[in-house]
Design a protein around this ligand. Structure first.
Ligand code: BGP
Length: 469
């Protein structure tokens, strides 16, 4: 059987601490911004944790990770992407000393992965800013965040060197444009945040990210450190050049993030936008030098593509992943309105490869769907998730096409390899996993795990290194 996938291709799955660990106040963990977002981005934050916040218990991964990692190993995972909850390590974020029990949890988790030959891929900050840093400093608007983040990553790198080879500095760093609180811990309500403050916050994150690359390379010379962006190809709605230019501008708004990480400086095209919006980024001495520490690879999430038009009359709002866009008349959408476009993944891979000539890692992709747990003829509980198999198969075929196009792809971790709490809506019903978790939107359920049909499908894909696609 032939396959375009290289033999060391990193197959696996991805999750984020706040969406599955639960144990939100166990072993010294402090609150994070997620603990006051009971309904994701759809409703305003609360004063403190409330009972309707499903993330407080998650899927109890904190206590059940051994059982789950064993299931990942059974599928043949080579890599497992998770994040470290910042507030487990620094409960408030601005302390000098880390919380040993938090570090110990991740030590144990990574050991468990290595037991099965699974490499951890760690997101340092995945929408989990300690709440104290958000409330007291206004998150990344404040330059002091660089110092707190530096202390945090230094602790992580020294503790986990030798155990974690692959690191991502910030999850979907560009999502701060739409979700400043969830993504950047910015407490000021979005409507009151000026563009100047927003882009200064972005600058602080970019400097912190480059600093992490620098420190990571010093502390762990063998490690590979990447950036992580939310990718979403934006097509012109029609061949009208007005639409083409509108789509170009929409893409540039997101492209600056990977451009700076990969090239080490701000691209010229953004100056015009800065000028038009009176944005003046304050660089401190040394910032330009730090930015030159570029990433080893580019990682990204891919779920949807969208369109853009220069004609306000033709604007039919579509849903995207955190960013809204104009609906594409040629594509079908998921139950949550995200338009499905496997070829867009090939386009994205080609674009990034041409632009950066650095290895690429797809660290999120998948279909959020409402699954039905059934009992099969052998009396086993399962889900016949043919729709998910179709989605993933179609996307992986396009990854294969991109590899044939000459793109260097390091690996693929499908999102939510085990069911977890949704980031945007904070519900359980929107499931992505190969493993079903018995927990419902009202919080009821045994938390038992069941293999879906896609579990067996993915095992075969990995086992054949993609030849079965
Ligand atoms: C990305 C996030 C993930 C994740 C995924 C799916 O934006 O990095 O944390 O959850 O999208 O989104 P949702 O859970 O809203 O369906």
């Amino acid at each position: 059987m032939t396959t375009p996938f290289p033999k060391d291709f990193l197959w696996g799955g991805a999750v984020a601490a706040n969406q599955l660990e639960g144990a939100y106040n166990t072993d010294g963990k402090g609150l994070s911004v997620q603990d006051v977002m009971p309904h994701g981005i759809t409703t305003p934050r609360t004063e403190g944790p409330t009972e309707d916040n499903l993330k407080l218990i998650g899927i109890d991964f904190y206590n059940r990770y051994k059982e789950d990692v064993k299931l990942f190993a059974e599928m043949g995972f080579k890599v497992f992407r998770t994040s470290i909850a910042w507030s487990r390590i620094f409960p408030k974020g601005d302390e000098m000393e880390p919380n040993e029990k938090g570090l110990q949890f991740y030590d144990d988790l990574f050991d468990e992965c290595h037991k099965y030959g699974i490499e951890p891929l760690v997101t340092i900050s995945h929408y989990e800013t300690p709440l104290h840093l958000s409330k007291t400093y206004d998150g990344w608007v404040n330059r002091k965040m660089i110092e707190f983040y530096e202390r945090y990553v230094t602790v992580l790198f020294n503790r986990f060197k030798g155990k974690v080879k692959y690191w991502l500095t910030f999850n979907e760093i560009n999502s701060i444009l739409e979700e400043p609180f969830m993504s950047g811990g910015i407490f000021t309500p979005k409507a009151e945040l000026s563009k100047q403050e927003l882009y200064q916050a972005i600058h602080h994150e970019l400097v912190a990210s480059a600093l992490a690359v620098k420190l990571g390379h010093e502390i762990m010379p063998e490690a590979k450190i990447g950036c992580m962006v939310l990718s979403m190809p934006t097509y012109p709605l029609t061949p009208n050049p007005d639409d083409v230019v509108a789509a170009m501008h929409a893409e540039q708004r997101n492209d600056i993030f990977a451009d700076i990480h990969a090239r080490g400086y701000y691209p010229k095209y953004i100056n015009r936008y800065f000028k038009a919006n009176n944005i003046n980024i304050k660089f401190e001495d040394g910032d330009a030098e730090i930015l030159k520490h570029t990433v080893d690879f580019i990682s990204f999430s891919y779920y949807v593509s969208i369109c853009e038009t220069g004609d306000p009359q033709k604007r039919v709002e579509g849903k995207g992943n955190l960013f809204a866009g104009v609906q594409n008349p040629y594509l079908k959408a998921s139950e949550w309105g995200w338009q499905i476009d496997p070829q867009g993944l090939r386009v994205t891979l080609n674009k990034y490869w041409d632009r950066y000539q650095k290895p690429l890692f797809i660290v999120e992709n998948g279909l959020g769907a409402a699954d039905e747990l059934i009992t099969d003829e052998n009396g086993n509980k399962t889900v016949n998730d043919d729709y998910r198999i179709q989605y993933l198969n179609d996307h992986l075929v396009q990854v294969g096409e991109a590899i044939e196009d000459g793109v260097e792809v390091m690996g693929y971790t499908s999102w939510g390899c085990i069911d977890l709490v949704s980031a945007s809506t904070a519900e359980m019903k929107k499931r992505y996993g190969f493993i079903y978790v018995d927990r419902n939107n009202d919080g009821s359920g045994t938390l038992n795990r069941y293999k879906k049909k896609s579990f067996h499908w993915y095992k075969e894909v990995i086992g054949s290194n993609g030849a079965s696609l």
